[in-house]
Write a protein that binds this ligand. Structure first.
Ligand SMILES: C[S@@+](CC[C@H](N)C(=O)[O-])C[C@H]1O[C@@H](n2cnc3c(N)ncnc32)[C@H](O)[C@@H]1O
Length: 539
């Protein structure tokens, strides 16, 4: 993308091969600097970080483990390692390890050992995961470990807690890799096919002087990119399979520019090497899956969203796996993100349960389909009744992110709602709470669950969730006030009075707290039976 500005600009680099551009270093520096704050209204992540996609991945993995251990009973003596490179916020990891542990338990697969490795290029993200309350139960049982892993390098992947290197001796079982929104983030090369000739695209980078701090751009969005084309040398890569892919593009594309995921190939080759060439990769990203969809594009653009991303060439990745003794499954075209499966040293046809799970959870109603529906409901929830909202919440597998969006609508519908719908929702509120994964500057769903139970007059449950929310939202007026109301409803006026007094301290202008305090103090003195109705109306 080229952006035009009027202020003077500086040339940062000229005619670089895209994969050798400083862009990728800037990308890593961005994530390192922002760390967990990258996911506070900057980098989009809901689409790959929800309980629905986690459930799909967990189903495929558990079916894969069943297939594998049936063929290789000795595999049960070794851990199945699951590596997530570019973990990001950690929300996906949390939902997925939770779903995996539940599925393994439900299927009585107690003899299977798994270890989920949350890895990222920046230590700052790992510092966040290590202390995260939602992950602690899994960390304590060694079900989660952490690693610093830069996919552009071949540095050993070392588990920070167990001090184990992931290498051929430790990886006795196939390595399972979850690669979400990461192949779009690491380096690509770019080419143009024109009249059956192949050109490489070289990039120049400029930015306004005002966007520089110590020679480094502050805001990546203010980078100006310009492409220059040059005929590509024959045998462009040292790997003949990659050259075969380019040859196919040269011969079969009519007229197009395309990205070539060279950073992803680098990482895949390294992961193949450390896993004895036994890999199962599940990847959800934006990209192109077919030769046809790669044709007739202009020069590739960078999408900016705090960091930047580029379209993933899933077609090239699939070609590579299929032509190096592995396999690939690309879901039929969907608008938006796509989920793909890649195997090294394995063939999906020889893994019947895995194959069936891929058909059901990827080719069937997939994370991509889920997101399309989710977005529609998110955009129109003010038109939905509570029955529809409850069903949608069920489809989301009780996802706090969705609940927080529509909570006000839910509470406003409670008074007129069907009792069975309310019962359904009330029964599932604990699932919503189980999916709570705190991120900075996001609302706390535990408090909102309290509000729901409060609205349906289940005061003990309301009180329990209000209290659970305290460590996350701190002592604040609405919390103390609501807790006080619950205590009063439960007949504990002494505790209620204490909480109303705290509420008054936190908001001295609150007339309601003052009135409640006066009322309860009179009650305590044995006065004032009357006025109870007035008080209840205030709730
Ligand atoms: C777009 S985010 C995706 C996060 C997560 N997978 C998701 O779906 O939300 C990219 C993540 O990859 C990490 N990352 C960037 N470059 C990387 C590299 N070269 N190797 C490994 N991780 C990298 C970033 O720190 C960030 O956490």
């Amino acid at each position: 993308m080229t952006q035009h500005t009027n202020s003077p600009s500086v040339l940062l680099e000229e005619n670089k091969r895209l994969s050798e551009s400083a862009l990728w270093r800037m990308q890593r520096e961005y994530f390192d600097k922002e760390s967990i704050n990258a996911w506070v209204n900057q980098v989009p992540f809901y689409i790959t970080s929800n309980p629905f996609i986690a459930h799909c991945y967990a189903q495929i993995v558990v079916n894969f483990i069943i297939d594998w251990t049936e063929k290789h009973p000795e595999a049960k003596q070794h851990t199945f390692y699951i590596l997530e490179p570019g973990t990001g916020s950690g929300r996906f990891s949390f939902f997925t390890i939770k779903a995996l542990v539940e599925l393994l338990a439900a299927l009585n697969m107690h003899d299977i050992r798994i270890c989920y490795v949350m890895s990222d290029v920046t230590r700052n993200n790992i510092n966040y995961y290590e202390k995260h309350p939602a992950l602690q139960p899994y960390i304590e049982k060694n079900l989660i470990d952490f690693a610093i892993y830069n996919m552009e390098t071949d540095k050993p992947i070392t588990l920070l807690r167990q001090h184990i290197h992931l290498y051929p001796k430790t990886l006795q079982n196939p390595l399972i890799v979850f690669a979400n929104y990461i192949f779009d983030t690491i380096s690509h090369d770019a080419f143009t096919v024109h009249e059956k000739k192949l050109y490489e695209l070289l990039i120049s980078l400029k930015t306004e002087t005002a966007n520089l701090e110590g020679n480094r751009p502050v805001n990546l969005e203010k980078l100006e990119t310009v492409y220059h084309i040059r005929e590509a040398k024959p045998n462009y890569y040292s790997d003949p399979v990659l050259n075969d892919i380019l040859a196919q593009y040269k011969a079969e594309l009519h007229e197009s520019s395309l990205l070539f995921p060279i950073g992803s190939f680098h990482a895949i080759k390294y992961l193949k090497k450390i896993s004895n060439d036994k890999l199962l990769i599940i990847s959800t990203d934006k990209g192109y899956s077919t030769l046809k969809s790669l044709d007739y594009h202009g020069h590739p653009s960078l999408s900016f969203h705090g960091s930047f991303s580029m379209m993933v060439n899933f077609h090239a990745l699939a070609y590579y796996f299929k032509n190096t003794g592995g396999d690939a499954f690309l879901q039929t075209a969907r608008k938006g993100i796509k989920t793909s499966i890649f195997c090294a040293g394995l063939n999906l046809d020889s893994l019947p349960r895995t194959h069936q799970a891929v058909q059901q959870y990827i080719e069937g109603f997939s994370p991509s389909d889920y997101f399309t529906l989710h977005r529609r409901v998110s955009d129109s929830f003010t038109e939905c009744d509570l029955d529809t909202i409850a069903s949608h919440m069920h489809l989301t597998r009780w996802d706090p992110h969705m609940y927080l969006k529509i909570k006000n609508r839910i509470i406003s519908l409670v008074p007129e709602a069907d009792p069975e719908t309310l019962e359904f929702m009330a029964a599932n509120m604990p699932k919503l709470a189980e999916h709570f994964y705190h991120l900075p500057k996001t609302e706390c769903v535990l408090f909102e669950i309290g509000v729901f139970y409060h609205a349906i007059k289940q005061y003990q449950e309301a009180l329990d969730y209000y209290e659970k929310s305290l460590p996350y939202i701190g002592e604040q007026f609405s919390l103390c006030y609501n807790i006080a109301l619950c205590y009063h409803q439960l007949g504990d006026n002494e505790a209620a009075l204490l909480q109303f007094k705290k509420a008054r301290e936190l908001n001295p202008d609150s007339k309601e707290s003052e009135e409640w305090i006066t009322y309860l103090e009179k009650q305590g003195d044995g006065e004032g039976e009357e006025g109870e109705e007035d008080k209840e109306e205030k709730e």
